[in-house]
Design a protein around this ligand. Structure first.
Ligand code: SF4
Length: 401
């Protein structure tokens, strides 16, 4: 797995550094390894990969190159080599077929429009900036205890108990109404811990987030990186909207924005892109061959494990998932990567846009929740589900989801 190798500071911005794993191969001829790495990385970047994903593929290509004499690997038959899969976790293609066909049969499955009390009014001129500042904080609404998962974050605003994601939206709407410039890049770059705590407070005056220091740091990274680019969120999205593939263009632009750029699987970037496409204003226009990648959060991973589209073959990892114990980063990555591939398969088999598939999976937070028994009789996945109901999402603190 690619793993964080620490952080460096550049122009006062925290920047994640990743170390893609190297494959152990029988090297015959090292000639061309560096050229292959660079060429593949650049080609993959131009194809739209996140830099970490481009580097993973470049490592695999360079590893193959040195197993042959001279440039022989360049004209070897078959597709370019892929990074080695993690053998502990795999996609079940039969289960993906079954669930994908089931999703295909659902008559009223449309992507959510992200309108209502929790969101800016249609036509609000601050809408793009609001969603862009808020969505980067859509992660990690749960508490840990004694090396394991304890409970999800639920807190009350305006007398209404709100779970994780909904609390964040309500918190940001209140912040937006009370201080219209606070969510602009300059406001986020300068927000203090005390200002965050006030803005984030629930009805009892407490900040319920389990990692508020990280959230302030993410707000700073967001504001300062946009200032460094010289654009605000509206200008960034407008630039993407003018491209031939607007959604993919936005993902690549967000690879430069703090709070989004750190995740090689681009969960929050993909969520933002889908939101801006599905809002009535259509900020990110639809275009051919321009669907979003899978949006893999912990609800999606839990559902993937329970439905059986993702299978864990390693007994120790299986035990930690069932026991809701903290995972090592490589274990979490193995489950998340397999889930990413399985959800891509669901979109392909179902023929539904990723926004609709994601909405189907996100609804599982109600039917197949963390803290109470699954309600299978109400679940559209029921006829095809493996019902591995003891399994739980990876437990690891990350800002990715
Ligand atoms: S609610 Fe039941 S049928 Fe639905 S995903 Fe969960 S375990 Fe499967």
């Amino acid at each position: 797995m690619p793993r964080p190798a620490g952080t460096a500071r550049s122009d006062s911005l925290p920047v994640a550094r990743w170390a893609p794993p190297c494959s152990r191969v029988a090297a015959l001829d090292p000639t061309g390894a560096g050229d292959t790495f660079c060429g593949t990385a650049i080609a993959r970047l131009l194809a739209g990969d996140h830099p970490v994903e481009a580097a993973r593929r470049a490592v695999a290509a360079a590893a193959e190159m040195v197993t042959m004499v001279g440039p022989a690997a360049l004209w070897a038959p078959g597709p370019p080599p892929s990074p080695l899969p993690d053998r502990r976790v795999r996609v079940d293609p039969v289960a993906v077929q079954r669930l994908g066909r089931q999703i295909n049969t659902l008559p009223d499955l449309d992507g959510f429009g992200f309108v209502g009390d929790l969101f800016p009014d249609v036509g609000d001129r601050g809408t793009v900036g609001w969603f862009t500042a808020a969505t980067l904080q859509q992660y990690g609404f749960w508490y840990e205890l004694d090396g394991g998962y304890d409970h999800p974050m639920v807190a009350t605003i305006d007398g209404v108990p709100r779970k994780g994601s909904d609390y964040l939206w309500a918190h940001y709407m209140r912040w937006h109404r009370g201080s219209p410039t606070a969510l602009q890049p300059a406001g986020q770059a300068a927000v203090t811990s005390a200002e965050w705590a006030t803005a984030a407070a629930d009805d009892s005056g407490n900040d319920p987030y389990p990692d508020s220091g990280q959230r302030v740091a993410s707000a700073h990274a967001y504001g300062r990186s946009l200032a460094g680019i010289g654009l605000d969120a509206d200008q960034l999205v407008a630039a993407a909207a003018g491209a031939s593939r607007p959604l993919r263009s936005l993902l690549r632009l967000l690879d430069h924005v703090g709070g989004y750029r750190e995740d090689p699987l681009r969960k929050k970037a993909a969520l933002l892109a889908v939101i801006l496409r599905q809002r009535p204003e259509g900020f990110v226009p639809a275009a051919p061959d321009d669907d979003a990648p899978p949006i893999v959060d912990y609800h999606v991973q839990r559902t993937s494990l329970r439905t059986g589209i993702v299978v864990v073959d390693d007994p120790e990892l299986l035990g930690r998932l069932a026991g809701r114990r903290l995972l090592a980063p490589d274990e979490e990555w193995a489950v998340r990567r397999a889930t990413f591939e399985a959800v891509a398969g669901l979109a392909e088999v179902s023929g539904r846009p990723m926004g609709a598939v994601d909405w189907f999976l996100f609804q599982m937070r109600h039917r197949c929740p963390e803290m109470s028994a699954p309600r299978c009789a109400e679940c559209p996945a029921d006829p095809v589900c493996a019902k591995s109901t003891d399994l739980f999402q990876p437990v690891l603190r990350t800002t990715a989801y």
